[in-house]
Design a protein around this ligand. Sequence first.
Ligand SMILES: Nc1ncnc2c1ncn2[C@@H]1O[C@H](COP(=O)(O)OP(=O)(O)OP(=O)(O)O)[C@@H](O)[C@H]1O
Ligand SMILES: [Mg+2]
Length: 255
Amino acid sequence: MTDQPIALEVSDLSFDYHGVTALSAVNFKIEQAERVGLVGPNGAGKSTLMLLLNGLLSGQGTIKVNGTLLSKKTIPQIRRFVGLVFPDAEDQLFMPTVEQDVAFGPLNMGMTTEQAVEKARAALDTMGLVGLAERSSHHLSDGERRRAAIATVLSMKPDIWVLDEPGANLDPQGRKELISILQNLPGTVLLASHDLDLVVQVCQRCLLLDAGQMIAEGPTRTVLADRELMEGHGLEVPLRIELETGTRKENGRVP
Ligand SMILES: Nc1ncnc2c1ncn2[C@@H]1O[C@H](COP(=O)(O)OP(=O)(O)OP(=O)(O)O)[C@@H](O)[C@H]1O
Ligand SMILES: [Mg+2]
């Protein structure tokens, strides 16, 4: 970390679902404009953490976004700062056309129809979806739907992007395009993904969560290269790092 202003500050954050502990006293900070990966095995608490960050769930502990403490009173303000991209694009797309989906957020923020459509068209243009603006999201491919879901957040120009598994179900070309989109998102990024090669390409820093606890944090290439740490938490060193460092295991042995 440098001495940039802090975009996100999470202190002693805990959450349980009716007795099932999902997060236990989690602490971390993210500076403005940082790109941070959130990794961990199934059930680690990644999605729960992301829902807490823009007030869709409420737990114990504190969350500060751009210095503002998240509370019932500040949720509308916090949601202008934090743009959440859900793991299932369909949760983000529910209007008759893609353009209406992408204009929905700006309209909701109080813009005129004309302003909202202008924002929507700019976001669709960035996502390469202008030609599909009048289509229903049901008539898009998985990759196009993912891009449309990101466009619904982009049109609101969030300071902080919180993306939960944005790369699921993409073919190699779609995944490549997504990586380039993620690398170029304006603002601060917190990205949860099981695609650790994608995390290596997008995020300089990385947080490792397991069973609701923050296990490690540090430069992505340091944390994800630690074989003992990764395997101890149900993960693997990403292929990209193994190839770069010459530590690829063949038949279980390092050549
Ligand atoms: N609605 C719910 N009700 C009860 N328990 C839940 C609910 N949602 C999640 N959990 C539990 O909370 C814990 C954390 O789940 P969460 O979905 O946050 O993990 P995750 O890291 O996102 O996992 P994955 O990698 O599978 O997406 C798990 O033990 C899970 O079973
Ligand atoms: Mg999840």
